[in-house]
Ligand binder design. Structure first.
Ligand code: FMN
Length: 177
């Protein structure tokens, strides 16, 4: 199906792992943070804090945490998400806003997940986050250079067809007419 024009920018949101060297201007970062700030959260707790990371040395250290995220070292900027209260739903929502906002402004975004608890602890040390707070990921932002996945064994792109995903009235039931 061809999406209505208003929805197409959201549909274009995709994991970007290769960026140009072009810096992301402060006003773009500010706009994305402002957008993220207005994300809804459970009981309006707004459990997130954001760390804007531009220092290439810090990015290189984070990238070295695990092979699946080495690509982040080439990105001009990342926004690490710190949580006062663990809430996967809230974290997912605020992440998607950053990715969507970046795409709508002509940039791209990519999630880099720190990994297992030990790798998370290492990431928190790098970012100055105390053990009392959670940090699982950094959302990279920049001008896309390519949509390709530089990793040798990344997941396939594409999505399951709607017919596989949607039922009507009862799970597994197709539309009568
Ligand atoms: C919770 C979560 C963790 C992810 N972690 C990583 C990661 O560590 N490295 C990476 O390259 N992509 C990571 N991704 C990105 C996914 O691989 C990507 O969203 C998925 O393959 C779909 O990509 P597409 O929208 O470009 O098709 C993560 C995504 C989510 C939602």
């Amino acid at each position: 199906m061809r999406l209505p024009a208003a929805l197409r920018p959201i549909r274009r949101v995709s994991q970007i792992r290769m960026y140009t060297d072009e810096p992301v201007p402060d006003e773009v970062v500010r706009a994305l943070l402002e957008l993220a700030r207005w994300t809804g959260s459970s009981r309006n707790a707004q459990p997130w804090r954001f760390i804007v990371v531009r220092d290439p040395q810090t990015l290189r250290k984070l990238a070295a945490l695990r092979p699946n995220i080495t690509w982040l070292a080439e990105a001009p900027l990342g926004v690490a998400i710190v949580l006062e209260v663990e809430h996967a739903y809230d974290e997912g929502r605020v992440t998607e806003r950053l990715l969507t906002g970046a795409t709508m402004l002509g940039y791209g975004g990519g999630v880099a997940w720190f990994g297992d608890p030990e790798q998370e602890r290492a990431a928190k040390r790098i970012l100055g986050v105390p053990d009392t707070l959670a940090a699982h990921q950094i959302v990279m932002i920049g001008r896309p250079r390519s949509r390709d996945d530089p990793r040798p064994t990344g997941p396939r792109r594409g999505r399951r067809p709607l017919e596989e995903l949607v039922s009507y009235e009862r799970l597994g039931a197709t539309k009568g007419r």
